[in-house]
Ligand binder design. Structure first.
Ligand code: DUC
Ligand code: ZN
Ligand code: ZN
Ligand code: ZN
Length: 493
């Protein structure tokens, strides 16, 4: 925008400090943070007294416009970003898929989709096959296009799944090029067998069959396997959508033993319950189908919340991959063809604030860490993003902790016609969102513009993953110390 922007009198929260300050924004950046900043006549003032001012949310896991299970996710980079901004999220990292077996073509295709971007975004890429060309393209994208995280699917047999051999080769290649390996951890072979049994032998074909065919134990098995393989290769590993207590415990054991394992729960996994997949209303049940499935709130959801509080799990994503009820209806008579995915881009911040801050489980500073700062550090865009600091991008939002509202698909901003968080009463609402200095959401109104969002290159391995050491030095020491065997002996002794 043109003039300056002054956010006055808010409780400014970073992961390590919370204090009442004014924030002066100029030319898309935070220019000054001080207790009393005077506004000149050109400066637009946002009154934030009594409200929290926090670094814009970063959602590290989304799928906008993703072709999947014969459908295309219905939130585009335009509508998905509008939803995100209305909920305080100002950056996300989306998963680009290969096109015709080419990662480079996939990256280009996703950049085209993102021509409508309303906020800043980065890309991870999914690796769904393994050969020399894939390896070369990974290196090319890492060096030239700022893609430094690659996800391997251990599930979706016959479509996206890779073998253990490919997983190991992929991990080793990630380590070589300085990229962070990620996994979708479910045992895809066992899921395939389970689906066949549930559908054909037991004749259970409704959405509950989805939950029954993908039990937590298969997520735990794959999570442990991926962690062990990454430990063997001696490279960090990021486990996306940790949905079960058991998978979290695998992450906990590995972290305790000194491995660089990052676990990412989702907004839905932390707050919802699997029973919705048994809802007699197909539309409701189908809306809750994602993989791995949402589990038992009392057992898994609460354990995931505690793990997040205790830093066993690192940050919260959404896995926002939305299919409207006509798309979900494709699986009306067979859960195996029901497009997987739930929403969350708009709800992650208010729902987590309500669930975890209002209950006293975590502080606003913790909240900032798990919704923004940690993602910025892991994907190495800190301190451009993830912190309210002079010189950083002016990506932030104002949350009024007194406003109560109920989540509903009638009032949300996603293109989706359902909402898995429908009916949740939030206390704490994002009232203003600022994206690179522009007010893009204020007073229940969006001021977005297709194409204003910028592509953010994520950089290679963050020194943060290595306790502050630069990658090369850290890897040298890691190899020299040969911690893998010793630690494995300790865990399984
Ligand atoms: N899980 C989902 O629910 N949707 C998209 C991909 C995935 O792994
Ligand atoms: Zn996944
Ligand atoms: Zn996903
Ligand atoms: Zn900048």
């Amino acid at each position: 925008g043109g003039g300056k922007l002054l956010i006055k009198g808010g409780i400014v929260v970073n992961e390590d400090v919370e204090m009442i300050s004014d924030i002066l924004i100029d030319n898309g950046h935070i220019q000054l943070i001080a207790t009393e900043i005077a506004a000149d006549s050109e400066t637009r003032v946002v009154d934030a007294r009594g409200k929290y001012v926090m670094p814009g949310g970063i959602d590290p896991h989304t799928h906008l416009e993703m072709p999947f299970m014969g459908e295309v996710a219905c939130d585009t980079f335009a509508t998905g970003h509008q939803a995100a901004l209305a909920g305080g999220t100002t950056m996300h990292i989306d998963f680009a898929l290969p096109v015709d077996g080419s990662l480079v073509k996939g990256w280009e295709e996703w950049r085209k989709k993102a021509a409508k971007a309303n906020m800043d975004y980065g890309f991870h890429m999914a690796v769904t096959a393994w050969n020399d060309k894939v390896a070369e393209e990974m290196e090319y994208l890492a060096k030239n296009k700022g893609v430094n995280s690659y996800k391997f699917f251990m599930a979706y047999k016959g479509a996206l799944m890779v073998t253990d051999e490919q997983l190991v080769e992929g991990f080793r290649h990630c380590k070589k090029i300085g990229a962070l390996a990620q996994v979708h951890a479910e045992n895809g072979d066992a899921v395939a067998a389970g689906q066949k049994y549930i559908a054909e032998e037991l004749q259970i074909l409704g959405p509950e069959g989805h939950a029954l065919s993908r039990p937590a134990i298969l997520e735990v098995e794959a999570t442990e396997r991926a962690i062990n393989l990454a430990a063997w290769v001696n490279t960090p590993l990021y486990v996306v959508h940790v949905m079960s207590k058991g998978a979290m415990e695998a992450v906990a054991r590995a972290r305790q033993a000194g491995y660089r394992i990052i676990g990412e729960p989702t907004a839905a996994g932390l707050t919802l319950d699997e029973s919705k997949m048994w809802d007699p209303d197909f539309k409701t049940a189908a809306a809750h189908v994602m993989s791995p499935p949402i589990r038992k709130h009392d057992v898994d959801g609460i354990a995931l919340q505690n793990a997040l509080k205790n830093r066993v799990l690192s940050l919260v994503a959404t896995d926002h991959a939305v299919f409207n009820s006509t798309q979900k209806a494709k699986g009306k008579h067979d859960f195996r063809v029901l497009p997987n995915g739930v929403n969350g881009l708009e709800e992650r911040i208010p729902v987590l604030w309500t669930t975890m801050v209002n209950t006293g489980k975590i502080t606003p500073m913790d909240f900032v860490r798990i919704t923004s700062t940690e993602a910025a550090r892991i994907f190495n865009v800190y301190p451009q993003k993830g912190v309210i600091r002079e010189g950083s991008d002016a990506d932030l939002y104002v949350l009024d902790p007194t406003v109560e509202y109920t989540i509903s698909p009638q009032t949300h901003h996603s293109a989706l016609d359902t909402n898995v968080f429908e009916g949740i009463k939030c206390r704490g609402k994002v009232v203003t969102t600022i994206s690179r200095g522009d007010i893009v959401w204020d007073n229940n109104q969006l001021f977005t513009k297709d194409g204003r969002g910028q592509y953010i290159e994520t950089k290679p391995f963050s020194p943060y993953l290595f306790g502050g050491l630069e990658q090369e030095e850290a890897l040298k020491r890691a190899e020299m110390n040969a911690p893998v065997k010793r630690n494995l002996d300790k865990i399984y002794a």
